[in-house]
Ligand binder design. Structure first.
Ligand code: SF4
Length: 215
């Protein structure tokens, strides 16, 4: 474990978010599943990392009451799953960035994920690759505007400046540190920003994987 990960874990723990360190995504899957029980109602936030780790498949095994957003047959059904997720026993997600100060930095278009992270599910299990660790919130914002948002916008076929150019339009305007000033496109994916610092004890678990995962 390098100094950056060690510092991040210490500060997450100080902020009452229990941290775990694993070397591989296979270990991350085992650790994540060890934190839930058979019969639990579980849900997930949209995340490339969760797919890479294999959580989405593992939750379909029949042991859990999986609120599967990807099985929804209509926008209304997906919306219903988002709302039901607030009372889940466990909610799995990644994070757009984790600072060495022990903060989870996130930004959503729809806000279902950030809302569930902040309040509702009894337990929130966050899985992040080492590529998502940043020094502070300034770096977290730059990471969002140059990596996470452009790649996610492209993946989701959004018509945004960043999907085409590879970084946020605000960076060309010299406003890269301005969270609320964006492309104002109807397809904009970074609308709702959250920073989770000190949190309720025992609710949030953060599994840091010593591999690059997601974006
Ligand atoms: S504000 Fe628009 S252009 Fe900037 S990162 Fe977000 S979606 Fe992309």
């Amino acid at each position: 474990m390098n100094d950056s990960i060690r510092k991040t874990m210490e500060n997450l723990n100080k902020n009452r978010m229990e941290s775990f360190f694993v070397e591989t995504k296979e270990e991350a899957l085992k650790t994540a599943l060890s934190l839930i029980s058979d019969g639990d109602t579980v849900s997930v936030g949209g995340s490339v990392t969760l797919n890479e780790v294999g959580i989405l498949e593992a939750l379909k095994c029949g042991k859990y009451n999986y609120l599967d957003r990807y099985a929804a047959s209509s926008p209304q059904e997906m919306h219903d799953i988002f709302r039901q997720s607030f009372s889940a026993d466990a909610y799995f997600t990644s994070s757009n960035a984790v600072t060495e100060e022990g903060e989870l930095f996130n930004c959503d278009g729809n806000a279902n994920r950030v809302a569930a992270m902040m309040y509702g599910p009894k337990k929130v299990i966050v899985i992040v690759g080492k590529n998502k660790i940043v020094k502070d919130l300034d770096e977290a914002l730059i990471r969002l505007k140059t990596v996470a948002a452009p790649l996610n916008a492209k993946r989701l076929n959004k018509e945004t400046y960043c999907a085409k150019i590879g970084h946020c339009v605000t960076m060309d305007n010299g406003k890269e540190r301005d969270m609320t000033c964006g492309c104002r496109s109807k397809d904009r994916i970074c609308r709702n920003y959250t920073v989770m610092g000190e949190h309720l004890p025992d609710r949030v678990k953060v599994i840091i994987v010593n591999e690059d995962l997601g974006y």
